[in-house]
Design a protein around this ligand. Structure first.
Ligand SMILES: *[C@@H]1O[C@H](CO)[C@@H](O)[C@H](O)[C@H]1NC(C)=O
Ligand SMILES: *[C@@H]1O[C@H](CO)[C@@H](O)[C@H](O)[C@H]1NC(C)=O
Length: 183
């Protein structure tokens, strides 16, 4: 089966996502990443579209479970109600602590979840990319904030960082954080 034919079969599956030809870029990540400081609540400010995130008021809360695993609790307001998804994050290689993996199902593999840059107290820039047969890649990017709104200059800084790493932000869009229950 030719690669192009295979790609045509796969495209409908990924059309809701952002995909590009070629392999994943390999951006630099946060040096000396400190998970402990990263825990707690992060609000989604902007993102590359993901089929599992269509709502408003999107946020995530990271905490350590009693068994030592990292709990990821995502919530969003969608179609009139709050929906919550619980996942697990891992650090597959302790020498690369900023390169996490996240899974939201027992059956799905850990997707890359790389912290490219964070100051822990206001902003985090996250990137996830998966290569498919080295022919094309699907990627996600998130700009997260410790508050529901970040200063425009901070968002611009984050976008420039992603762009400078070769990440295409053409489909990047802001997450609606207005009218949420706590504001
Ligand atoms: C995040 O989750 C932890 C553990 O379940 C909880 O104690 C904490 O209150 C949550 N924080 C926020 C801001 O939701
Ligand atoms: C954001 O969500 C609020 C509450 O659901 C809604 O009233 C508002 O129109 C939305 N804003 C945009 C830009 O979609």
């Amino acid at each position: 089966m030719s690669a192009v034919y295979l790609l045509l079969l796969l495209l409908p599956l990924v059309s809701a996502q952002t995909y590009h030809w070629g392999r994943c870029p390999t951006p630099k990540v946060q040096p000396n990443f400190n998970l402990q400081q990263y825990l707690g609540r992060w609000y989604e400010i902007e993102k590359l579209p993901a089929s599992f995130e269509k709502g408003t008021c999107i946020e995530a809360n990271y905490s350590i479970r009693k068994d030592g695993t990292i709990r990821v609790l995502n919530s969003q307001f969608y179609k009139g109600k709050v929906t919550v998804a619980e996942g697990t994050a891992v650090i597959p290689d302790l020498r690369k602590p900023a390169q996490l993996g996240v899974s939201f199902s027992y059956f799905s593999p850990y997707a890359p979840y790389w912290i490219l840059s964070t100051d822990y107290t206001s902003t985090s820039i996250v990137y996830s990319c998966t290569s498919i047969l080295n022919i094309f890649h699907i990627d996600y990017a998130w700009i997260l904030g410790r508050s529901r709104f970040l200063p425009p200059a901070t968002v611009t800084y984050a976008k420039n960082l992603l762009t400078n790493e070769g990440i295409d932000l053409f489909r990047m869009k802001a997450t609606n954080q207005t009218g949420c229950t706590d504001n």
